[in-house]
Design a protein. Structure first.
Lengths: 316, 331
């Protein structure tokens, strides 16, 4: 019992840290642009594909790569996806900045569609085996099994989140980004480079999302062009749950969602005597999403949202 | 793309000529359809179904200004109503018109059920909740194997017949769909110009002001959800009857997104725009069929392009059916 509890906790932490990496991208973009970036799940997918490509270019094959090659591939890949993210913002969202709030969201749907089909054309629609970025060793901890892959994912994800925390709260860039997300017009009046801040967000968000994608693909050993859709939606739920626009909120929301999912998957069949099986896990996530929005639309750590900030007038 | 621009900018004379041209093409297409091979009739049928869905969703998005990303759930309700009531699945074989009525009522009820909890939400939040609702419905259908057949879906649906006349060939469905689109389109267009439609417009422009001048925004929004869901459900029932097979694959989030795109690309809040948008989004993949997988990529890029260069859509709101009629038959 204790063993399986430990094992499930580690499972939830692993999935939660991946959700958190993606949720951060959603929440940061929403923070500065008040826009739901539907293409963000695709950054997650691109991360895995670009890492695969970089790795095969570095050492000619993807299997049996050494630690240095893997680390290099990881860093180069997330950096490249960050650059792609900035490029996408410039082309597809920036021209719409003074348009209706619906326009960039629809544009991001177009970006998402284009990226998924683009990868399908280039790499084929079938799933591709993904190399593990961590040595596979299993440890027995009080009767539960914990793999080194999970530990590696946790370390990598927490290192990135700590880096983001430092960037946002301690650096000059962070001050600029926070100022823009507080109030774009005021920041502009104070002479802050708003475009630079937005580009920064569209660099860091996809970068973290891509890292999540690589970790996820190496956890399950597989990648598909459509892997971003469901995970993107989950991470988005996490961002809402924690309070969209809030960075600690996104992390908290991601871990809560992961624990509810893992716990729900284990408990649903028992509680309902097999009427609702594990396949209803996603229903559980979306039900949480809807409940949160109805009861506390600002999320757990979000500031109390005034009607003003969530209302949009003359959208269409 | 500049059709509407030309229409708007040109002198009434040439605008009238272009209106006539498009009207003539539409009539010619309708007259020619019975002589086309079955494959093309099916393409036109699916175009008509999408126009019907677009007209339905447009009530919520274009008229009342509420972004609904879970519209496909109502489409699924209609399709599964037909599939369950006219197939060996539950061994029920109800007549088509009765099922259509049941589907319409079920659609309205589902619409109100979704509408009640989300009444307080606006903007982005509404979009997300409706998106979650659509996914929940799809997952439930996907997993309720004993009732819906799960991912395999329900096959061998009954052939539809209306008052003893069998509706089975693609061309039969073409006439059925054409009549439905014309009737529903006219009704919705009249509805937009009714007092309810004006209440929707007021909510869209400024909800607080609308409430201030005494509009019951709750009822008006619920009416929008119910009407839109009813149309979606009717489209679903006809879709199921024409395919004689339903599966959860037809009711994904992508489908909802596609319908929203149709409205946005064509012209939000305008029935003529929906016809234009649906035609482009449905026929383009057919025209580009030789390029197989590239066409979806092209569609995605086209969408970004159109949203940037023509945010009001191909046919703007101001050029509605009444204007077209005036151009065609007015003095």
């Amino acid at each position: 019992m204790l063993g399986s509890l430990i094992q499930q906790t580690v499972n939830a932490l692993t999935i939660g840290s991946i959700y958190a990496l993606i949720a951060l991208g959603y929440t940061m973009v929403y923070g500065v642009l008040r826009m739901i970036n539907f293409a963000h799940g695709e950054m997650f997918m691109l991360g895995a594909y670009v890492a695969f490509l970089v790795l095969s270019m570095l050492i000619g094959t993807v299997g049996g790569a050494g630690a240095i090659a893997l680390t290099a591939a990881f860093v180069i890949a997330i950096f490249l996806v960050g650059v792609i993210g900035v490029g996408i913002e410039r082309i597809a969202y920036k021209p719409l900045r003074n348009s209706t709030r619906l326009a960039p969201m629809l544009s991001s749907l177009g970006v998402s569609l284009s990226l998924v089909t683009g990868i399908q054309i280039l790499a084929g629609p079938q799933p591709v085996a993904f190399p593990s970025f961590f040595p596979a060793v299993r440890y027995e901890v009080m009767g539960g099994t914990v793999s080194s892959v999970q530990i590696g994912i946790l370390i990598a994800a927490f290192a990135l989140m700590f880096g983001l925390h430092f960037l946002v709260n301690r650096s000059r860039i962070g001050i600029i980004v926070r100022a823009v997300s507080e109030s774009r017009p005021t920041a502009q009046l104070l002479g802050i480079n708003v475009n630079g801040a937005i580009s920064m967000v569209f660099f860091v968000g996809p970068l973290l999302g891509a890292a999540g994608g690589i970790l996820y693909a190496s956890y399950y050993g597989i990648m598909t062009p459509t892997m971003g859709a469901v995970i993107g939606l989950k991470a988005f739920t996490a961002a809402i749950l924690g309070g969209i626009g809030s960075i600690p909120g996104a992390m908290l929301g991601a871990f809560i969602l992961a624990f509810v999912e893992v716990g729900g998957t284990a408990l649903l069949p028992i509680v309902t005597h097999g009427v609702l099986g594990t396949e209803y896990r996603d229903v559980l996530s979306f039900a949480i999403l809807i409940l949160v929005l109805l009861i506390r639309p600002a999320g757990i750590l979000g500031e109390a949202v005034s009607e003003e900030s969530i209302v949009y007038k003359r959208e269409f | 793309m500049s059709v509407a621009e030309t229409l708007a900018a040109a002198k009434p004379r040439s605008g009238r000529a272009i209106s006539f041209l498009f009207f003539a093409i539409a009539i010619a297409l309708i007259v020619a359809t019975p002589f086309l091979p079955n494959y093309y009739v099916r393409v036109i049928n699916s175009l008509l179904i999408y126009i019907l869905l677009g007209i339905g969703l447009n009530i919520v998005i274009g008229y009342a200004g509420l972004l609904d990303l879970g519209f496909v759930a109502f489409y699924a309700v209609g399709a599964y109503s037909y599939a369950l009531l006219a197939s060996p699945q539950l061994d029920l074989h109800w007549p088509f018109l009765l099922i259509l009525l049941v589907a319409a009522c079920l659609g309205a009820v589902t619409g109100i059920l979704l509408g009640i909890p989300v009444l307080r939400l606006r903007g982005d939040y509404l979009a997300i909740v409706t998106l979650g609702f659509g996914e929940i419905i799809r997952i439930i259908i996907n997993n309720l194997d004993w009732l819906t057949g799960g991912p395999k879906g329900i096959a061998r649906l009954d052939k539809a017949s209306i008052l003893g006349i069998q509706v089975a060939r693609p061309i039969d469905f073409f006439w059925l769909l054409l009549i439905t689109v014309l009737v529903v389109g006219t009704l919705v267009w009249r509805l937009e110009r009714s007092i309810l439609g004006k209440a929707w417009a007021a909510i869209r422009e400024d909800q607080d002001a609308a409430r201030g001048i005494g509009i019951n925004t709750t009822n008006a929004k619920l009416a929008a959800f119910a009407t839109s869901a009813t149309i979606g459900s009717i489209a679903g029932a006809i879709f199921a009857a024409s395919q004689r097979f339903v599966s959860p694959e037809s009711f994904t989030l992508q489908e909802s997104v596609l319908i929203v795109l149709m409205i946005v690309v064509g012209g939000i809040g305008n029935i003529l725009g929906i016809v234009a948008g649906a035609t482009i989004l449905m026929l383009l993949p057919e025209v580009l069929r030789e390029f197989a997988e590239w066409r979806i990529l092209f569609l995605g890029l086209l969408m970004i392009f159109l949203i940037i260069v023509r945010p009001a859509g191909i046919v703007p709101r101001s050029f509605g059916p009444d204007k077209l009629i005036r151009r065609l038959f007015g003095k």
